[in-house]
Design a protein around this ligand. Sequence first.
Ligand code: ZN
Length: 506
Amino acid sequence: MSYAQLMETVGQVNDLLNTQSILSWDARTMMPPGGHETRGKQLSTLSVVTRDLLVSDRLRAQLDRAESEVAALDDEAVEKRMVAQVRQAVDYHLAIPAELTRKRVELGSIGHAVWAKARAESDFSQFIPILEQTVALNRELAEVIGYAEHPYDALMFRFEPGETVASLQPLFARLREALLPLVKAIGDKKQPRFDFLERHYPVDKQHEFALAMAQKVGYDLDRGRLDTTLHPFEVSFTRNDVRITTRFNPNYMAASLFGALHEAGHGLYEQGVDPAYTRTPFATDLVGLYAVGGVSFGAHESQSRLWENHVGRSREFWQVNFPEAQRFYPEQLADVTAEEFFRAVNRCKPGFIRVEADELTYDFHVMLRTDIEAALIDGSLQVKDLPEAWNSKIKEYLGLDVPNDAQGVLQDVHWSSGQIGTFCNYTIGNVMAGQLFETAKADPVIAQGLASGDYEPLRAYMVENVHQHGRRYSRDELLVRATGRTLDPEPYIAHLTAKYSELYGL
Ligand code: ZN
């Protein structure tokens, strides 16, 4: 009985979080610029109300009683896991003093404008005071959350539970060892033909084509829609309303296409969560206070990268689907072959900007940021020395000289909102995607489907092994259940090595 009461209160928390998500979606897609300030107030009011409900006397009394009710159950039992997740989240939020949260929200609200101006003027010095306070407040946050070895571990917990600086080090070392020689070897090799991607592609056609490809991989439009934004994202308000966005550049078609495939991958995850978990802890990130079914940011990214890269950038995908691309763009692609298109969308060209990076160089942007954040938090790197640390890593990894702060240390929005601890998820997602894809593709039905343009067997595999479970299992539990082992970079390395060796004749 108390268990049922607890679940109803958690359901209310989930309702509040979904309401916040709807307001955020609106702010990023539809809202006129004038709504900015009052929308910010609405969102911060709702987030206070939500947090207060989660740690309220009512919920905690229900939690105490529910814990005794489920005590005799097996540790794996759904009810026991749900209750344990609520307890973990309540303890997490109670550990954080209201004053610290207030200071972080305040800093976040002024940080964006300072960062935007500093970036526009490419002047890091303007952003230093904000970033120094951000680091100090996050360091404080790490102390109250607690950690065993490194303060950065406490900050990653919210995004990638269980990941630590110590566990990332060997992973990053292995990726650098395997991938850096590939980047260097590509160096001056002949680049594929690319001109046709930069022809004029009308935005309405791009919208139609991106949506057609998202539907092709199984994104359900009865429970979804595609809108326009500056920075593509996916957001869900329960599994029954899962929206994606992409951006449109009339002179570069690949951005909207792969943006949509990426976000459709995120969307498939949320659309595939077991309906029985709606409004429960298995569809609510109670620690991060976000209504989401995906179990970690890395696990979520594994699904987007899988559909974007392993499927959407594969030769077999374009062997099957290029004729459809030509039907949408008869003039722009008249003199192009499927093979040329495949090669163009896989061009490897080291650049300064993370969000524009190709599949092979992307992880270097992520590793650099993760290492820098950890060093800022443990005090081994000072904020004022950041540009130098950044630029020397870009030189070491990608052989490039960063021309200015806007194309270097000021490019990402994350730090402007006071957020530290979330970069590693991108690389974990890549690694996890490689591992899941290798296992899935060993099934001949799935492999045959990919070769013939039927993506349903692969989607069904992901629903079975990842999506349906929502937040029931941890990321590593999912991996062990699906592939027999925890996070393993080798399949991902093998995928990149084979692909780029063949593409560039290495
Ligand atoms: Zn993503």
